[in-house]
Design a binder for this molecule. Structure first.
Ligand code: GRF
Length: 201
């Protein structure tokens, strides 16, 4: 059984989707830690309601490496062996990433490698992309860069605003993130360079 740590900074809707799938028995994992860098994160409230071990480690004023050392300590004490970034607004330091090779997942609201970084949906609109979407990928030392596990396309519509596009993408985020976590937990993901192969059940 994998011990999953989920890192959030805000709303926590992806955390909710992961939690729903785990509690429904669809993913062989248990949530051993929900960590936020913001005390006001709505997702923290949900985590408490669901009786998960929660911790808030404020990141303000701390450099990437110092903050990552605090995270590593929490991961160890909660015996986390797999990490899901779910709207976590801090970048993990390279030392921490190295400690969890192919064991840290992230969800990003674009079809990577397009539109990395913040406001990916706005970037897609401003670029005039006809199709965008979402990506679950392994985290490596570079931002929004590691090997891609799953993606889902979403067409951009003429009347789209950042909000309307974001909410259509979000529906698919909530599907592919639990699916990707399941594949990893079932040990069905083979990584060859940048390419990820999904093994049959
Ligand atoms: C999602 O759009 C996710 O792709 C991005 O941050 C947002 C987090 O939303 N990384 P939520 O907190 O999971 O609702």
């Amino acid at each position: 059984m994998n011990n999953v740590g989920i890192l959030i900074s805000g709303r926590g809707s992806n955390f909710r989707a992961l939690s729903d799938a785990i509690e429904a028995g669809r993913i062989p994992a248990r949530i051993s830690l929900v960590l936020s860098n913001r005390a006001s994160a709505a997702g923290l409230e949900l985590a408490r309601e669901r009786n998960y071990p929660t911790v808030c480690i404020p990141s303000k004023g701390l450099g990437r490496d110092a903050y990552s050392r605090l995270l590593a300590r929490e991961f160890k004490s909660a015996q986390v062996d797999l990490v899901c970034l779910a709207g976590f607004m801090r970048i993990l330091g390279p030392e921490l990433v190295k400690q969890y090779p192919l064991r840290i997942l992230n969800i990003h609201p674009s079809l990577l490698p397009a539109f990395t970084g913040l406001h990916a949906q706005r970037q897609a609109l401003e670029w005039g992309a006809k199709v965008t979407g979402c990506t679950v990928h392994f985290v490596d030392e570079e931002l929004d860069h590691g090997a891609i596990i799953l993606q889902h396309p979403v067409p951009v519509e003429d009347g789209d605003s950042e909000e309307s596009l974001s909410s259509r993408i979000l529906v698919h985020e909530h599907q592919i993130y639990p699916e990707a976590l399941k594949l990893v937990c079932q040990n069905r993901v083979r990584v060859e360079g940048r390419r990820v192969r999904i093994m049959p059940e």
